[in-house]
Ligand binder design. Structure first.
Ligand SMILES: *Cc1c(COP(=O)(O)O)cnc(C)c1O
Length: 214
């Protein structure tokens, strides 16, 4: 599994976020003992409980939908939030990060799937958020890149198309807004069923749960 994550004969590294939602503390600790340090959770309460119990050198990523009123619970420790889907949420993360004297890394979550049920914004919404961010100088958050979830389908052509869409959103934003920044580097895409294809299409972070903990 770990070997498969890096692309063969390429220098590009892909970050593995081990998605530990619903996993027991024992199972997560066992994976920690193999050397894994980056874990992802999709619920705030579960994330806080696991943070409090497990070793403090774990980098916790919030990968699921986040409500503004819950940001304060994770702001003291969260390493990255993958699911920024509004200006108001980004502003709240900035304020809570400032209270904790921290700079929190974030990703903008884009809607690339066909299903209506998946969260995320459009390219236009993303551009507006970045423009506002540049005007208001939110100093306690950094936008590090983009995140997206492909449609849950057997249709690999469709999934590949959606990953390409996210990659092109990333390229476009990088070119238009982040040419002078070294921070806009991440494309978080790929889960247990589709991570190989996601890496082929340019993913820099894969979020893998069931295949890893099985
Ligand atoms: C659960 C989850 C994953 C991991 O899914 P698996 O299919 O178990 O690998 C990735 N990203 C998000 C946002 C998730 O909620």
């Amino acid at each position: 599994m770990f070997q498969e994550i890096s692309s063969f004969c390429l220098n590009n590294k892909v970050t593995l976020v081990a998605v530990s939602k619903t996993q027991t503390l024992e199972k997560i600790k066992a994976m920690y003992d193999t050397g894994q340090r980056i874990f992802g959770e999709n619920r705030v309460q579960e994330l806080v409980t696991k943070f409090e119990t497990l070793p403090k050198d774990i980098e916790w990523h919030l990968i699921g939908h986040l409500q503004k009123n819950k940001v304060k619970y994770i702001a003291p420790f969260v390493a990255m939030i993958h699911s920024i889907d509004s200006w108001e949420l980004l502003e709240t993360v900035h304020k809570e990060a400032a209270k904790n004297n921290r700079i929190i890394r974030t990703l903008l979550q884009f809607h690339i799937a066909e299903e209506d049920t998946k969260f995320g914004i459009s390219l236009e919404d993303g551009e507006k958020i970045i423009q506002r961010m540049n005007e208001s100088k939110l100093s306690n958050v950094t936008i590090c890149g983009v995140m997206g979830m492909a449609t849950f389908t057997e249709n690999v052509t469709q999934v590949r198309h959606e990953f390409r869409q996210l990659k092109s959103i990333f390229d476009r934003l990088k070119k238009d807004y982040f040419t002078d920044s070294h921070n806009f580097t991440e494309i978080s895409m790929g889960m247990s069923g589709d991570y190989k294809m996601a890496i082929e299409e340019g993913s820099t972070m894969v979020r893998i749960g069931s295949a890893l903990f099985a």
